[in-house]
Design a protein around this ligand. Sequence first.
Ligand code: SF4
Length: 571
Amino acid sequence: MPLDIVPSVCPHDCPSACALEVELIDGWRIGRVRGASAQSYTRGVVCAKVARYAERQHHPARLSRPMRRVGEKGVGAAAFVPISWENALDAVAEGLTRAAERHGPEAVWPHYYGGTMGRVQRDGINRLRHAMRYSRQHSTICSALTDAGWLAGVGPKRGIDGREIAKSDLIVSWGGNPVSTQVNVMAHVAHARKERGAQLVVVDPYRTATAEVADKHLAPLPGTDAALACAVMHVLFKEGFADRDYLARFTDDPAGLEAHLKTRDPGWAAAITGLCVDEIVDFARLYGRTKRSFIRLGYGFSRQRNGAVQLFAVTCLPSVTGAWRYEGGGALISNHDLVPLDLTLIEGLDLLDSTTRTLDQSRIGPILTGDRRDLGDGPLVAALFIQNTNPLVASPESGLVRQGFGRDDLFVCVHEQFLTETAAMADIVLPATTFLEHDDFYTAGGHTYLQIGSAVVQPYAECRSNHDVICALARRLGARHPGFEMTAFEIVKHTLRVSGLPARKRSSRAYGSIVGPASRPVISSTGLVIAMGNFISAPIGRRSDQSMDGCPLSPTMSRSSTSVIPIGRSG
Ligand code: SF4
């Protein structure tokens, strides 16, 4: 039986974006999936879930044909009958058109999230949205708060290269549980512990699996991380651990910060966090005397209403000690903004009408049930087109979500790999490809590679990719944009080219579809610069008169377009 090994990239919403080596049996069947050893972040390690991806790829319950619902909503497969792609696409186009004609285009809501992190197959839905003036989406369900906190403290989503953990003497996992959610982080931590005796500290209210294996576990009360961070900085300033030269050169208001922290001593923080004074002081001293200290921030911050300010406070720590100067030192929440990408073609940004209504993804329940606080002056949502998400089980206020999907006057199309809870409520269900069956490219949260994943097998049965379905609907709806006339890989190539990145040929065979690893951030006279393998990216940091996704910027942020690591609010 011929066995081939083909390269790919994990598409899941996980910071590791692992480079994969996939066993291909007889040219169509997937065998074992392993981490690519040649990619220096993945280094041969993947999680158990994706190692057994063949079970998903070849699962008998995978959707194979388009279906129309003829029975009750939510019943399952018995309520659907198969139909042709032509009839299915016609029905979807008719459902969206009817809603737009009756109530206006904002009555249609293309709804999506991170079912794949491939930029073409995930974000192409926005091209259709902008071309048709459908309601926009504010993607708030996961990282909105951490994004805001990092933006306030540091700038765009870029931190140090995750591979630098190997050079760290102290790794602080703050608000995350990498044993369960980032297997690669733990692989690099294990290496640093073995090779250089690095210590692992976990800050988490829960006794997680990562806390179980840590050298030290601090368990502040939920939502009190900022108090701990302030007390740590209080000790750093008081006991001479602050790098005043770094603060003077690269931060806005170190004197203001120090004055602000005067009263935020460990006793003050102990009363808020529930930690002992000694625990706080010991951690502060360990952090202060360890210059190669790396804070791996997690998405636990996003699970608190005050998560943005909590994370903002923690991002100030490496600025106070100047840890950013040292290889293995600094912090990371995500590197998704590391490579400046021109997404105009993918998302149809040249068609975006900024007056179009934006709906909050996390409020889908109230939105579908007609809450005016969410709908504003716009119409009730009358049609949903859904890719890459399963809101019936993933969205808050699930009772309202189910009630909303139960409306008789709501048209729903779901494009999915399986008959999910949401798909079971749809009028039309379309079968979707997996990442092994379509082309795309991937940025990463946890490392610095930009990777191309080409299709390695033919689509299962009648499955079609997100991109193909978007283009087919665009033709029926009369939407015009060059992106609707191109293949997914033509869009990949164009996006790399206009973003100033090296060209790559489409190949399902060449492991080498990695565009460029970065080396560590370099502090230059103009700020923190990420030196890339193939090019030098724009300086990290951003103008204080710009905002991202409407997030207000800290008044303490630098007035320079290039200076970095602005720190804490004074007063
Ligand atoms: S660790 Fe994350 S990126 Fe790697 S294979 Fe598993 S889900 Fe995918």
